[in-house]
Every structure is written in structure tokens, then in C-alpha cells.
Design a protein around this ligand. Structure first.
Ligand code: C5P
Ligand code: C5P
Ligand code: ZN
Length: 469
């Protein structure tokens, strides 16, 4: 595990001091799982420190959104899970005396600096894989402690990191790992070596296996009858009181039986060893949440949150994070059903229509058929499916409005090791056609004017080519 980073904590302490001086704070955050958990962590810490605040969410923190924030009465603005990429615009407002920014973010910073900027990338920590927006907010929360140590907020920080796909290779690393440790010590988290399949808390066993397609196991993945026959052959009690049991209901021994049989099946069907390794990883369990709910599993929790904020219901997701387990949770579950259907239809679309291959990247244009707020998730999930190459980045377009198109790009860590930096690709290529963008090396996004897609692809392809040469 990486050691403590005193400079990061010093910066957090400076940010906390500045927040304590404020009469009231405007908390602005991003509309995804990491953004919601960032806001929840920050909101809890502000509340406990008795600093009055109000929360707003933005789909994208562009110049217009920042100008709207500047027009409010607040003279202190806490940005979480965004802000670094727009630091140039933000500091212009700061210089004009509009507000003092405090930023807890993990995106590639724009070329500017400010005093209260808490970003792992400034301190040698990787913002794509070692600390998320929620993690940065947690570091700030720790510094804001007031009676409570705020270590219980580590659980939400881990949900944010998992939601941002930072558990690469099946587990969290670096600064994230320290947060996990603190969560365990605070009694809010447990870790276990477990199957990496999605839905261990909520899916009936056959569905858990049938829908697990990240590692394709012939005769089980995408095969309802096959998954049932596989389970039937294991001599387990599969139902209780007429209801399918879920993975979370199984005893350790029962889990062991299913896991070994699954690995055996994969081996016998010739699934490559590296893929079989992907079947097992670290599960992050929120130990205070009820067994068999989305909230108990960091991965399911983060999907539930994406199902709210990416559909203009950030209030619902924030409510769930802050402990509203009646109204908000019920509404979130309804939204989750729609979100799942949208993802599956999106992936079908990509699989049926395929992607266009350029020399160094591949792309598709969903037009109005995939919501711009989830096109990046779909692009990431499509990688590795039939016809989608693992060895080149994927770029996805979806219409945003009559004038603008959203672009999302996803790569792999092995491409990043070879020089890929999608935040540079998205930033430079979008600006070359009159748009703007940024993000992380492995995942980034942009907005471009409608009609400029072709020019954008050409420019992006050339930049990727340069990076990988
Ligand atoms: O804005 P933010 O940093 O929260 O979003 C990060 C995005 O990058 C998420 O949508 C996450 O799923 C994606 N990502 C990815 N693969 C990675 C790292 C991040 O798709 N390895
Ligand atoms: O929207 P999408 O999921 O593709 O975003 C991937 C990453 O790129 C996120 O971290 C997001 O915050 C970032 N991004 C950005 N500027 C944009 C669009 C996305 O920094 N204009
Ligand atoms: Zn984030």
C-alpha cells in the first residue's frame, strides 16, 4: 500500500481552513456516481463542521455553468469531481472577485493555479487509478473533522472510486487502498476475495451467471438455460421459500463450490488463463448496509447512482447517499431498471451496427439513439465485444442538442502504458474544431459542434498515432 502523502493532507488542511472561514458555501458537483458520492462526502463534512451550504449539480462544468455559479451570492464555491479541467476559467472569476474556489478533483488540470486546489495529480498520485473525486473529497472531509473523524465517509469514497472504474485488475490501489483501510477500521467496509461478477447482492443466482459477460464462459454467459443447468449440476440448495437465492445468501462453502465449478468450466471450454483471473477480485462490501441490497456492494451502489444523476435526478442519488432509504431508494430502483435497459439497448446497437476503424482508433455515432450522458459507459462496456477491438481506443458520439455533439473516449491501461493519453486527445482534437474537452488518460470526453465529427476523428486519430508511436 502506498504511504501517506503529507503534501496532499497539507493542501486539504488549507482548503478546510478556507471553508471554515466562509459564511456559507456553494457545493457544485458532477452528475455521475463519483460526482454524487463526492457531493455526499463533502455535504456530510460541511454539515458536521456546521458550515452552511447549498448543493448544485452540473452535467458539465463549462464556461457558461461557471458564469452562472459566479452570478450567485456565494463567495466561496467548493467544486468536487470537476473544476481542475476548467481551472483557467475558474481563476478568471477568482481574479475578478466573483468567488473563492476550493476544488477537490482528480481530472487533468488546465494551465492555471489557485491556492485551494486539492488534486492527486499535483502530488504524484494518479487521478485515473489511485484517487477519485470522492477520494479527494474524503481527504478534504478528514481535514474538516469536527468531533467526528469523518472516517465513516470512506465507504462513499470507495463507491466513487469503484464507479469511476478505478478498481482495475480487480482491486483498488494506492491512495484508494488507504481509504479502504480506514473504512475497515471505522467499521463501514469489509473486503473479500470474491467473484467479480456484477450483481452479487441483488441478482438471483442464474441471472448472476447468465448476465456475467465480461468474461465469456461458453454455455453459461448469455445462456439462460445453460446457466440453470450448470447450477442444477452442483447439488446446492438453489431456492429457499420458492425464491432463487442470491450470491450474498450463500455460505462460504457454497460460494466455494460455485466458484470452483465456474473456473473449471471456463478452463474446460478453453477460456484463456488471463481471462479466468479476471473472474476473481476484491469485493468492497458496505458492511452497515442490509444484505441483498444494491447499497451493500460498491459496484452495484455506483450503478444505482449513475441511474439517477445521469437522468437528471441527482437529488435522488444524493438522497440515497445521505441515508434516505425510503422515498429516494425506491425511486432510484425504478430509475435503475430504465438505466439497465438503456445500457443493454445501447450495447446491442453498437454490436449490430459495428464501429468504424481508423488507423489508430475506432468510433461510432449513436445520434439520438443513446443518451449523451451514458454513451461513455456504453462505449466502455462494448470494448471486447464482437467487432470491437481491445487494442485501439474507442470514440463514441451522441447528439447533445441541435448544435452540439457529445464525445466519449475509452482506452485500456495497456494502451496508456504505451503512451495513450485520451485527455490530451479529447482536449486538442475538440479545440481544433471549436469544441472543448478533457478528462483522464484512460477515459475522457468532449463537446464538439455538430457537423465537425469527421474533422474531429481525423485529428484525434493523428494524435493517438503520435502518442502510440
Ligand atoms: O468525471 P469522472 O472522473 O468521474 O469520470 C470518470 C469516467 O471514466 C467514468 O465514466 C469511468 O467509468 C471512466 N473510466 C473508465 N475506465 C477507466 C477509468 C475511468 O471507463 N479505467
Ligand atoms: O462523459 P464521459 O463519461 O465520457 O467522461 C469521461 C471523463 O472525461 C470524465 O472524467 C469526464 O469528467 C471527463 N470530461 C471532461 N470534459 C468533457 C467531457 C468529459 O473532462 N467535456
Ligand atoms: Zn470522478
Amino acid at each position: 500500500m502506498a504511504g501517506p502523502v503529507p503534501e496532499l493532507d497539507d493542501r486539504a488542511a488549507a482548503c478546510a481552513r478556507r471553508l471554515r472561514e466562509a459564511d456559507r458555501v456553494l457545493l457544485a458537483s458532477h452528475i455521475d456516481a463519483d460526482g454524487l458520492t463526492s457531493a455526499a462526502v463533502a455535504a456530510s463534512a460541511l454539515e458536521r463542521a456546521e458550515i452552511p451550504f447549498e448543493t448544485v449539480f452540473e452535467k458539465q462544468l463549462d464556461a457558461e455553468a461557471i458564469a452562472q455559479i459566479a452570478a450567485t451570492e456565494y463567495d466561496t464555491v467548493l467544486f468536487t469531481d470537476f473544476g481542475s479541467g476548467q481551472l483557467d476559467v475558474i481563476t478568471d472569476h477568482e481574479d475578478a472577485g466573483d468567488f473563492t474556489p476550493v476544488i477537490a478533483d482528480h481530472h487533468q488540470p488546465a494551465d492555471a493555479e489557485t491556492a485551494y486546489h486539492l488534486n492527486p495529480l499535483l502530488f504524484g498520485i494518479d487521478g485515473a487509478s489511485e484517487l477519485s473525486g470522492a477520494g479527494a473529497s474524503y481527504v478534504l472531509a478528514r481535514a474538516l473533522e469536527n468531533g467526528s473523524s469523518n472516517r465513516d465517509l470512506a465507504a462513499l469514497a470507495v463507491v466513487g472510486a469503484v464507479g469511476d472504474m478505478q478498481a482495475s485488475g480487480g482491486e483498488l490501489h494506492g491512495a484508494n487502498e488507504r481509504i479502504v483501510q480506514e473504512g475497515i477500521e471505522a467499521g463501514v467496509l469489509e473486503t473479500a476475495t470474491d467473484l467479480t461478477l456484477y450483481g452479487k447482492q441483488t441478482r438471483p443466482l442464474p441471472k448472476l451467471l447468465e448476465y456475467a459477460t465480461d468474461v465469456h464462459i461458453p454455455g453459461i454467459s448469455n445462456d439462460a438455460g445453460g446457466a440453470l443447468r450448470f447450477l442444477d449440476g452442483l447439488d446446492l440448495e438453489l431456492k429457499r421459500d420458492g425464491e432463487w437465492r442470491r450470491w450474498a445468501d450463500l455460505t462460504r462453502e457454497e460460494k466455494q463450490i460455485v466458484a470452483s465449478a465456474l473456473v473449471q468450466r471456463a478452463v474446460s471450454k478453453g477460456v484463456p488463463a488471463s481471462k479466468i483471473d479476471d473472474l476473481v477480485g476484491t469485493a468492497y462490501v458496505l458492511s452497515e448496509e442490509p444484505i441483498g441490497t444494491e447499497l451493500r456492494d460498491a459496484s452495484e451502489f455506483s450503478t444505482l447512482l449513475n441511474a439517477t444523476a445521469r437522468y437528471e435526478r441527482a437529488d435522488v442519488g444524493l438522497g440515497v447517499c445521505l441515508g434516505n432509504r425510503e422515498g429516494a431508494l425506491e425511486r432510484a430502483r425504478k430509475l435503475l431498471r430504465d438505466h439497465r435497459r438503456n445500457l443493454s439497448e445501447g450495447i446491442d446497437l453498437v454490436t449490430e451496427e459495428g464501429v468504424t476503424r481508423e488507423e489508430h482508433l475506432q468510433w461510432f455515432h449513436a445520434g439520438d439513439r443513446i443518451r449523451e450522458t451514458i454513451v461513455g459507459i456504453v462505449a466502455g462496456m462494448a470494448v471486447g465485444n464482437d467487432g470491437v477491438d481491445r487494442n485501439r481506443p474507442i470514440v463514441a458520439f451522441a447528439n447533445k442538442n441541435d448544435e452540439e455533439v457529445k464525445v466519449s473516449a475509452r482506452g485500456t491501461y495497456s494502451l496508456v502504458e504505451n503512451g495513450l493519453d485520451l485527455s490530451v486527445v479529447m482536449g486538442e482534437a475538440s479545440r481544433s474544431v471549436g469544441g472543448d474537452g478533457g478528462g483522464h488518460d484512460v477515459a475522457a470526453g468532449a463537446t464538439v459542434p455538430k457537423g465537425k465529427e469527421e474533422a474531429f476523428v481525423e485529428r484525434a486519430d493523428a494524435i493517438v498515432g503520435d502518442q502510440l508511436s
